[in-house]
Design a protein around this ligand. Structure first.
Ligand code: FAD
Length: 478
């Protein structure tokens, strides 16, 4: 018997339930379908497409090393699957589940259509510890607050049973045609992504290497170091997780290997962050409107500024030219490396939504296009949390002060100097707020404000007061 194995966001051979299920059929055809329309209105952004290209290449290499290969086709998913079923005589289709609203609609439709033709369709859980529909509050509702969600999830973590990658795979018939990866045109035409390869190794091998190096050398101290963007304190696993190059179960197993069965504070905190990822998927599943609209309806009336009014400031934010160094450093890290530290994501998002009163959806769209780890569930949660309109909404009055954040989490300006070389010669006490330097201090640092580096595009205190006033009517609404 022959089975089609449809790879989507599970680009790995280790701990891949759909792969293991398909293998029991005998012959196996690994397939990737390039069907951008099926992700509408959230087709992969530019940075994620770069990653996808390299990850698919790595997957094909890993399959070939085991005697198989990846069949790549472009087109509407159901039509491509039907063509492949006819060409190969396969009788079953296997995949691991995706949780974005468009993917759920697509998969449901395909499952029904294939089953109606008497074909077997098998879907598995591979990206999460628990399915979003498995966890409910005592009242039978989806969770909207993280702490009780995490309590429920951590009490029901699945047994650890990581399946190794198969040593050999059945060959794919030589006559079965595949498109080349280059034909998918996933790589950007701009040379913007050229720097990404210095920071990242897409694919399962890169994911495993990063996981091992993190648990061996950076997990100790994670809880305290994770907030300091200049330090290598976090795992950097987010793009690997997004593309399913490793499973959350593999991460738990690796943590357990070094931390033992009773993890300490660092391991616990790290696993809790993965709990946020599960929570984000839980929310997206139960509240599929949230990528576009606030979780809580009353925030829909929030008085954001008009697009014509904020266009120039939005551009300054995107380009890392706001004149607030910690914001600009974050936005330049994003542009050059395709990633941004979580602490800085929170700072730049708060600055955009609160100091500039620009709708969070604008920020989410920019992140979507520029983050290698752009993930509909995590990005939506992050932006709604930062704007104060989502689950665990920060109280409206909690507006990050980017200056204090910068002084606290990058006291010596190491992160600022890394991404803003024009400020490098300012002393630590001034680098967080160059506009407070005297002309003599600026001259000593060889910095011409407004020429080499902008003056702040907004007054921090006045814009904070404006945001607080804007939140007043929302606060009163029920
Ligand atoms: P680690 O600290 O090593 O954490 C390990 C893993 O836990 C991460 O890889 C991630 O999968 C998960 N995780 C950690 N923090 C969070 C969180 N707050 N929410 C959900 N999952 C989390 N993460 C994305 O993966 N994709 C996004 O598009 C994304 N957009 C964001 C937008 C905003 C405005 C904010 C504030 C956060 C966003 N995050 C997003 C969450 C978080 O910033 C990243 O997951 C994290 O910085 C990735 O780095 P890491 O892998 O080193 O994290």
């Amino acid at each position: 018997m022959t089975a089609l194995l449809w790879f989507r966001r599970d680009l790995r051979l280790t701990d891949n339930p759909a792969l293991n299920a398909a293998l029991t059929q005998g012959r196996l055809i690994p397939v990737y379908i390039h069907d951008e329309a099926s992700h509408s209105p959230w087709p992969a952004g530019g940075a994620a497409r770069w990653w996808l290209h390299h990850s698919l290449r790595a997957l094909d290499g890993a399959l070939r090393a085991r005697g198989s290969r990846l069949i790549v086709r472009t087109g509407e998913s159901l039509a491509v699957l039907e063509a492949l079923l006819a060409e190969t005589g396969a009788e079953s289709v296997h995949w691991n589940r995706c949780y974005e609203p468009a993917a759920i609609a697509r998969d449901t439709r395909i499952k029904q259509a294939l089953q109606a033709r008497g074909l077997a369709v098998h879907s598995q859980r591979a990206a999460l510890w628990r399915e979003p529909w498995e966890l409910k509050t005592g009242a039978g509702e989806p969770y909207r607050v993280f702490t009780p969600f995490w309590r429920a999830l951590s009490a029901r973590l699945p047994e650890l049973n990581v399946q190794p990658a198969p040593a050999r795979l059945p060959p794919v018939p030589e006559t079965l045609a595949s498109e080349t990866l280059d034909a998918l045109r996933l790589l950007p035409r701009l040379n913007w992504a050229d720097g990404f390869a210095a920071h990242w190794q897409p694919g399962e091998e890169g994911a495993l290497r990063r996981l091992e190096s993190f648990v061996d050398s950076r997990l100790p101290g994670y809880k305290t170091r994770r907030d300091f963007p200049a330090q290598p304190g976090v795992s950097g696993l987010s793009p690997h997780l997004h593309f399913g190059e490793l499973s959350p179960q593999q991460i738990r197993a690796a943590v357990q290997r070094v931390a033992g069965a009773a993890p300490g504070a660092d391991a616990e905190h790290f696993l809790r962050e993965l709990g946020w990822r599960e929570f984000a998927h839980h929310l997206l599943y139960h509240f599929p409107h949230t990528p576009e609209a606030p979780l809580y309806e009353k925030f829909a009336a929030f008085p954001w500024r008009a697009a014509a009014d904020y266009a120039a400031q939005l551009r300054a934010w995107q380009q890392g030219l706001t004149g607030i160094p910690i914001v600009d450093a974050g936005m330049r890290e994003l542009w050059h490396s395709g990633w941004m530290h979580n602490r800085v994501r929170m700072i730049v998002a708060s600055f955009l939504t609160k100091n500039l009163l620009i709708p969070w959806q604008e920020g989410a769209r920019w992140f979507w296009d520029t983050l290698l780890d752009a993930d509909l569930a995590n990005n939506t949660l992050g932006w709604q949390w930062s704007a104060g309109c989502g689950a665990d909404a920060a109280p409206y009055f909690r507006i990050f002060n980017p200056l204090l954040q910068s002084q606290k989490f990058d006291a010596q300006g190491v992160y600022l100097r890394r991404w803003l070389p024009e400020l490098a010669q300012l002393p630590d006490a001034l680098i967080h707020a160059p506009w407070t330097a005297s002309p003599a201090q600026l001259a000593a640092a060889k910095l011409r404000l407004d020429q080499d580096y902008p003056l702040p595009i907004v007054d921090l205190a006045a814009s904070r007061a404006r945001a607080l006033a804007a939140y007043e009517p929302i606060k009163a609404a029920r």
